[in-house]
Design a protein. Structure first.
Lengths: 216, 218
């Protein structure tokens, strides 16, 4: 047998011997070591769900506990600002990435896809009554019921026909902030806005909620 | 002290894919949670799950750290500190990672820090004292596994510390090369080389032992 083959068989043999059951010299841990370990853990706060961050305490402060995007994380909403997750940090992980965010601008939620049908059902009234800009166009992509459209629409003409805006017009209107204090918010988030300011006439939020309920 | 049953359980390094370590194959059989499941439950704040991990790992961790610490009492302290650190950092445990790897990595780092703080030489430059096991396994040299026992003893006595740790993790704890590399803070190639050199040393030792036996002096 060659020297190399000898070496290979030697390594294999050593491996086999080292893997022999009960051959490894396991030592018994000293008496009481486990208890000592467990005792040392008493009173140590859990890093993720420590007492100071319990849901009960958050609730006592007037806030609440919301589920975070990560399965086991929780977002603790502090007192006085219920609901708006956007401004919150995940209590467990200080990165905002783990917090459930509102969809990015331009993304359409499933319940908003049927805006055309909604306009038809309301006979265009929702658009006719919507606040108009200086150029007479309907406020950005949103009808008075708070239903956001896929594409901004101009107010229906007298004959009931609607005209889609041209792409530049659409971009312009889409950029228009929905309210002054939350320039990046769109109407669908205003009911969750941390500052809880009235939205336009105040009627919009109420109507939009009703409308969304009706649309089911 | 961990009971005999605990010690026996703790001594058996069950890999997650080994029967008994994970989900039972037989329908209706009692399901034993894996270490990783227990770690995940610990992350959610379940102290009992972590307590079970402590039971499972006290002996194993102690045995590993004993090979890296300067004394048995150091190994005890390190075991306690490692569990404490594991509990306070349980949020950083990544699901899907083997729990033993994560735990041993913490132990290794703590051991290195402690040795540095005391200005002591890095782990275990001295040979390990033979262990006194309750059932005398390690001291036994007359059974069918006599050669294996002698080989382990030689490994404990003549191998350098890092090689000894690598051999222990590979053949006693059944960790993979990548996992050993993570625990010891080495590259995979480095671990492979360490294991190769350790085996080469042990081959020579084996030849010596067998030569002695033939001569009737062993």
């Amino acid at each position: 047998m060659s020297r190399q083959a000898n070496n290979v068989s030697g390594h294999a043999r050593v491996e086999q011997l080292l893997r022999t059951a009960d051959a490894a010299p396991w030592a018994d841990a000293p008496a009481g070591l486990r208890e000592r370990v467990v005792r040392s853990l008493d009173g140590v706060q859990h890093p993720v769900r420590g007492e100071s961050w319990s849901g009960r305490q958050a609730a006592a402060l007037g806030g609440g506990v919301a589920e975070c995007a990560a399965a086991w994380h929780r977002v603790h909403v502090s007192a006085g600002r219920p609901g708006c997750l956007r401004a919150r940090r995940c209590a467990d992980r200080p990165s905002r990435a783990s917090v459930r965010r509102p969809p990015a601008r331009g993304l359409i939620k499933p319940d908003e896809r049927d805006v055309g049908a909604h306009a038809q059902r309301s006979g265009g009234a929702c658009f006719r009554d919507a606040p108009r800009g200086a150029d007479g166009a309907v406020a950005p992509a949103v009808c008075v019921d708070g239903v956001k459209g896929l594409r901004p629409r101009e107010a229906p003409r007298a004959d009931g026909q609607e005209r889609h805006l041209s792409p530049p017009e659409a971009r312009r209107t889409r950029r228009r902030p929905c309210c002054s204090h939350a320039p990046n918010h769109r109407l669908e988030y205003l009911s969750k806005c941390s500052q809880s300011r009235p939205v336009h006439s105040g009627r919009l939020t109420e109507l939009s909620l009703r409308s969304l309920r009706l649309m089911g | 002290m961990a009971g005999a049953a605990d010690a026996a359980t703790a001594r058996t390094p069950l890999a997650p894919n080994m029967p008994g370590a994970g989900e039972s194959r037989r329908p209706g059989a009692l399901r034993i949670p894996t270490d990783e499941e227990l770690a995940a439950r610990s992350q959610e704040g379940e102290r009992e799950a972590f307590s079970l991990l402590v039971t499972r790992y006290t002996n194993r961790l102690y045995n590993f750290l004993r090979r890296r610490a300067l004394s048995d009492s150091d190994a005890e302290d390190l075991t306690q500190d490692t569990f404490l650190r594991a509990w306070t950092k349980i949020g950083t445990y990544k699901r899907g990672m083997r729990f033993s790897t994560w735990l041993y990595t913490i132990g290794t780092h703590l051991g290195a820090t402690r040795a540095r703080g005391k200005r002591l030489p890095m782990a275990g430059s001295m040979a390990l004292e033979p262990v006194a096991s309750s059932d005398g396994r390690a001291g036994r040299a007359d059974g069918p596994d006599e050669l294996a026992v002698r080989l382990w003893r030689a490994a404990e006595e003549i191998l350098p510390s890092e090689q000894r740790s690598a051999v222990w993790l590979r053949y006693a704890e059944d960790l993979g090369v990548a996992e050993i590399a993570r625990v010891l803070g080495k590259s995979r190639v480095n671990v492979r080389v360490m294991l190769f050199r350790a085996r080469r040393t042990l081959i020579s030792e084996l030849a010596r032992v067998e030569g002695n036996r033939k001569d009737g002096t062993g």
